[in-house]
Write a protein that binds this ligand. Sequence first.
Ligand code: ADP
Ligand code: MG
Length: 140
Amino acid sequence: MAIERTFSILKPDATRRNLTGKINAKFEDAGLSIVAQRRIQMTTAQAESFYGVHRERGFFRDLVTFMTSGPVVVQVLEGENAVLANREIMGATNPANAAAGTIRKEFAESIEANSVHGSDSAENAAIEIAYFFAGCDIPG
Ligand code: ADP
Ligand code: MG
């Protein structure tokens, strides 16, 4: 297995409920290191572009409104098989289907306000990391 990086977002429902520490502990307990992290307020244009693949979906407008409804924490996570490992730590998109012990099972409020984003492939991880971080912001 290879050391990989993946991109993560702690969504507005998580920052609003002061859950960033508890969620970060899940990553670290599972062996992922937080190698870069920044708290930002996403603009509508940023959220629309970031979720552009979902533009035609019925939930797109609501999702953009939600992602801009409060601060988020954008992160780079690093570790063995980080992309897949993080998807497992996060749990299923719909918290009703998420496995016990996952972030979404424990913390998500709904299928939309589901506390975390995680890249779904190494290719998308590289694109998403580059969207929010300059190389010099990620210590080696
Ligand atoms: P994931 O975040 O697990 O990769 P998707 O990429 O399919 O899931 O969807 C992106 C985000 O859009 C989800 O995390 C969630 O916030 C929102 N979303 C997905 N499906 C729905 C839905 N049916 N209704 C409302 N929001 C949704
Ligand atoms: Mg996705």
